[in-house]
Design a protein around this ligand. Structure first.
Ligand code: ARG
Length: 293
């Protein structure tokens, strides 16, 4: 560390200047009793500290949450949520495409400050990361070919199933088939798993409902349909920070609460999912049993 930094020097210089100005004033015209003291406006203003840029890691192969457009820009629901949160929190963010594999490590090692990647908050992950308050409700969903006989999750017991490695979809199929089952085909990304389903290499893909629905709707030529199962538990997405980074986490939490309170969140949600959160939609079906009259 240098003995005198530019900032320290400027501080010292402006303090000196203020001192001289005050001394000079004092000599010329002593302040009348009751008059306010001369305002010590520094002649040289210290440079504003550069705004800290927070680096957000995201696996941008997970539309509509995060993906890359034709220009290579990272876009999606998660991106808009974090941008809005950052604005409320008064922080600056930039997004870096980060492979899912190793994404949690990237924040632990300090290469990323934040993660937004449709990440389900789980007890295991909470041991190594801190999560914001939830910002999205999700559930697993099965994608199969339109002519498939598969009608529920347990039908997948002895079938070839594609998942993105290390996701909650991977976890639930590992529970059904056994972790080391040769029928679980683990892919680097969810689109790769879905491509494999299209080519017939697997019988089904298990992934987050929002992504599966988006893919099925946008790729009619794949001839997929979705199968849901009541055994799937509800999941919630959170924004992750390095364990113990409470200062940043508090900013994020306040931002999330703010965008939920002022309608910004609903606006983003509706843009991506066609209806307000909680309303009946393909992504978050309203529980039939509680339909109101
Ligand atoms: N929600 C799932 C999980 O947390 C899948 C997330 C995958 N996200 C992504 N951007 N690839 O395990």
């Amino acid at each position: 560390m240098p003995a005198i930094t530019t900032r320290n020097f400027l501080h010292a210089a402006s303090a000196l200047l203020v001192g001289l100005v005050v001394a000079a004033c004092g000599k010329q015209a002593p302040a009348a009793p009751g008059a306010s003291a001369p305002v010590a406006a520094p002649a040289v203003s210290a440079p504003a500290p550069a705004a800290r840029m927070y680096v957000v890691g995201t696996d941008a192969a997970y539309a509509p949450f995060e993906s890359q457009n034709e220009k290579g820009e990272i876009v999606g629901f998660d991106i808009e949520v974090v941008k809005a949160v950052a604005q409320k929190a008064g922080i600056e963010v930039k997004f870096l495409n980060t492979p899912w594999e190793g994404i949690f490590n990237s924040v632990a090692q300090g290469d990323r400050d934040l993660l937004v990647s449709a990440i389900t908050i789980t007890p295991e992950r909470k041991q190594t990361l801190d999560f914001s308050i939830p910002y999205f409700d999700a559930q697993q969903l099965i994608a199969v070919k339109k002519d498939s006989k598969i009608s529920r999750f347990t039908d997948l017991k002895k079938l070839k199933v594609g998942v993105q490695n290390g996701t909650t979809g991977d976890e639930i199929i590992a529970k059904l088939q056994g972790k080391d089952s040769a029928n679980i085909k683990r892919f680097e990304s969810t689109p790769l798993a879905l491509k494999e389903l299209e080519g017939g290499g697997v019988d089904a893909v298990v992934a987050d409902n929002g992504v599966v629905v988006h893919y099925v709707n946008n790729n009619p030529d794949s001839k997929f349909k979705t199968v849901s199962d009541s055994s799937f538990s509800s999941e919630q997405y959170g924004i992750a920070v390095k364990k113990g980074n409470t200062e940043l986490l508090e900013k994020i939490n306040r931002g999330v609460a703010d965008i939920k309170a002022d309608g910004t969140y609903t606006q983003i949600y509706t843009k991506y999912f066609g209806s307000a959160p909680g309303a009946a939609s393909a992504v978050a079906p309203a529980p039939a049993a509680t339909a109101s009259k």
